[in-house]
Design a protein around this ligand. Structure first.
Ligand code: MG
Length: 188
């Protein structure tokens, strides 16, 4: 991940300023800010941040509601700011995949470790996505190879193993990956 992008959301300008100052002092990249949940959703979509630090209590669309919408299109980390830690908020937060809570009034010594952990979770999330993507394409490749093998078995009237060995040999001799060869066989 390049320099992680952080979106700051709070209806109080002074709190946004505080957070931005703390983050900028530590060389984090604040990519944007929003005053309410509605703006947060719109900016999250547009700016694709890695982390959103968001107040719970805001007019119109609150932080929890905004988180639930943002979760629909983004796997970014979300830190919620709240003056209270009601059971209901915590329950909702778990449902919406909130990474952590930070209690208001904000303290630098609490914010920075929470940001670090949330960004680290984001990195792990991205790595997991990457691994799943690779696994999925492997499965797709596997299916294409199996299909090509089946065609060869019929064409050459041979066993599964013989068909596979023939494909392997041809792949080596022609210096093309097995999957490319399988695709050629299917397109013949
Ligand atoms: Mg507020």
């Amino acid at each position: 991940m390049n320099q992680p992008k952080i979106l700051v959301v709070d209806d109080e300008p002074i709190t946004r300023l505080d957070i931005k100052e703390i983050l900028c002092e530590k060389n984090y990249h604040v990519v944007g800010e929003a005053r309410n949940g509605e703006e947060a959703i719109e900016r999250a979509y547009k700016l694709n941040p890695d982390l959103i630090i968001m107040d719970v209590k805001m007019p119109n669309v609150d932080g929890l509601k905004a988180s639930s919408v943002i979760r629909g299109f983004s796997s970014c980390s979300i830190l919620l700011l709240t003056a209270y830690s009601h059971d209901e908020i915590i329950q909702n937060a778990k449902e919406f995949g909130i990474n952590a809570f930070i209690l208001k009034p904000l303290k630098e010594r609490e914010l920075i470790p929470a940001v670090e952990i949330a960004l680290n979770q984001r990195i792990q999330e991205l790595q997991l996505h990457d691994r799943i993507g690779k696994l999925e394409s492997k499965i797709t490749e596997r299916k294409v190879i199996e299909k090509a093998k089946g065609i060869l078995m019929v064409k050459l009237d041979c066993t599964e193993e013989q068909a596979y060995r023939k494909m392997q040999r041809e792949s080596m001799e022609r210096h093309i990956p097995l999957i490319k060869l399988a695709e050629t066989i299917l397109s013949r």
